[in-house]
Design a protein around this ligand. Structure first.
Ligand code: AMP
Length: 528
């Protein structure tokens, strides 16, 4: 099928051909004609499928008719993160270059003044994160009564980040008569309920099985003691042909620590997480896109939708708490048909998280061994948390000692490690044949100061031993989704409110109450 068969006008077709797209992707093929007819769409699609163009292209066409009035936007696109919102705005500019549509981007961390000025002039397309949208509405800067098209993008991410109450509130402020386009990578029951609530007779479009990692990404998993994880990462960065890479951590503070550590070891790295000021976030992302930073240590704020072509690697320095996040993280590589490699570094206590990921993706992630490091077993019981590498007799001789140690003297390898495709080979490589065929490391190495390769690990900023960490922290890996959501909101949003007792709910409130039945009433009346 050709773009010209979808019902798009000549200006949009011209813009598409200038971008270089030749054929529509499956979601574009299915969604665009329906959106042009004014129908609601429920799209189950991952980022990387071309879903942004599937709603921006027909929106440009529809909005080309009519004009916006001051403070009364005509369409609203809600995105979970500032980066995604900015990316959608870029798309609008590219595809809408032959139209005179006004667009405003309302995201946290940027001046209210400029955003309000734009709204005053009248905007056709408003792209916003939920928090900033509500702030501006409450200040009386926006009237939502003229919204004709609503897009809710990355709905499952919104759920993870705790944005659903905000979304429900915003949708309650919109006209009932409108067109709604709702996209989510996965469709858990909570998302399905929202879709039922917001959409009217939608066309349901599923373009890829939810949560299937890109077939172009080669995956591998290394198991290491917590205190060895940075060494494993450095080893991988040195032995893999890394052009550029996202390195994901679960916690913002660990992003900072790892970034410092990599910089000290001579790697050209930047950091990105939700606590940074927006100008720094934008600057760092731009530097990574332009190639002036090779490694981007980041939180899950960068896991979804960030579209940077040609990223060679993704490293999960921590196994993500939610299995779906694994799929999103590794989807930052292997984009647009290119190949990519994704390595996950798991601590022994991450067994259950790894299990959940493997269940979700329907296969085992091949294990790799790291030369000179012990490979502990993955543990599947909560009690195993925080286990440190057992002390050996030669403790203190540190790395040199370990490296020269004969393999037979080391503790036996784990069963998991035995499954590695690399067998006994020392390299941390999931597909050795492929490696052998690859050229030598590219000239543009990610390492700036190779002479520091063997720098001992003593200079690592020490984290407290896990046993010493606060109880809530130890509990959190196995926390329920609700708790996860609160943490994720904190991850990406600076406005984390404390609701009720916050996390300090007294135990008696959590205890289930026995139903009280009035003794005097017969059973049938008590039902009412
Ligand atoms: P998205 O899923 O919207 O994040 O899009 C992923 C990537 O696919 C973006 O880099 C788009 O520029 C690109 N893309 C979107 N539509 C097409 C198309 N029809 N042909 C080729 N690339 C496309």
């Amino acid at each position: 099928m050709q773009f010209s068969e979808l019902g798009l006008g000549p200006e949009v077709l011209q813009a598409i051909s200038e971008v270089g797209y030749t054929t529509p992707t499956p979601i574009q093929e299915k969604a665009i004609p329906w959106v042009l007819q004014g129908r609601d769409v429920l799209g189950c699609a991952q980022t990387g499928t071309g879903k942004t163009a599937s709603f921006t292209l027909p929106m440009i066409e529809i909005l080309a008719q009519g004009r916006a009035r001051a403070r009364m936007p005509r369409s609203l696109i809600l995105e979970p993160t500032r980066e995604l919102a900015a990316q959608v705005a870029d798309n609008f500019e590219i595809y809408g270059k032959y139209h005179k549509l006004n667009m405003a981007l309302l995201i946290g961390g940027e001046s209210f003044g400029d955003q309000v000025k734009k709204l005053e002039r009248g905007v056709d397309v408003l792209i916003a994160t939920p928090g900033r949208m509500i702030d501006l509405f409450e200040r009386g800067n926006i009237l939502l009564s003229d919204i004709k098209i609503l897009v809710i993008d990355e709905a499952d991410r919104m759920l993870d980040m705790g944005f659903i109450p905000d979304i429900e509130r915003i949708v309650g402020l919109l006209p009932k008569l409108r067109q709604t386009l709702f996209f989510s990578a996965t469709m858990p029951p909570e998302i399905r309920r929202l879709a039922d609530q917001f959409l009217m007779n939608p066309r349901e479009i599923t373009v890829a099985p939810p949560a299937s990692p890109a077939a172009t990404v080669t995956q591998a998993l290394a198991v290491a003691y917590d205190e060895d994880k940075r060494k494993v990462l450095r080893h991988l960065l040195q032995t893999e042909d890394v052009k550029n890479a996202f390195i994901f951590c679960n916690r913002k503070k660990d992003v900072g620590i790892l970034h410092q550590s990599l910089s000290r070891h001579g790697f050209n790295a930047g950091a990105l997480h939700g606590d940074m000021v927006q100008s720094k976030r934008t600057e760092t992302l731009e530097a990574f896109k332009q190639g002036s930073i090779d490694l981007l240590v980041c939180s899950d704020v960068a896991a979804r939708g960030i579209d940077i072509k040609g990223v060679s690697h993704v490293f999960n320095f921590d196994v993500p708490f939610n299995a779906e996040d694994y799929v999103h993280r590794i989807g930052r590589t292997g984009r647009a048909g290119l190949t990519g490699r994704a390595f996950t570094i798991a601590a022994p206590e991450d067994g259950r998280l790894v299990q959940a990921i493997e269940k979700l993706i329907g296969r085992e992630i091949p294990r790799v061994l790291i030369d000179g490091l012990e490979t502990p077993e993955l543990e599947f019981e909560e009690s195993g948390r925080g286990r440190r590498r057992p002390r050996r007799k030669d403790e203190g001789r540190k790395e040199e000692g370990r490296k020269s140690e004969p393999r037979s003297a080391r503790p036996p390898r784990s069963r998991a490690a035995d499954r590695t495709e690399a067998g006994d080979s020392a390299a941390a490589t999931p597909v050795p044949e492929e490696r052998a065929a690859r050229p030598e490391r590219s000239e543009r190495s990610v390492r700036a100061r190779p002479e520091r390769t063997d720098r001992p690990v003593q200079d690592r900023p020490e984290r407290p031993v896990r046993e010493d960490r606060p109880r809530e922290d130890r509990r959190s890996r196995f926390a329920d989704r609700g708790e996860d959501r609160r943490r994720r909101r904190d991850e990406d949003d600076d406005r984390t409110p404390v609701i009720g007792f916050g996390d300090d709910v007294p135990a008696f409130i959590l205890r289930a109450a026995r139903p009280v039945r009035p003794a005097a009433l017969p059973d049938s009346d008590a039902e009412g």
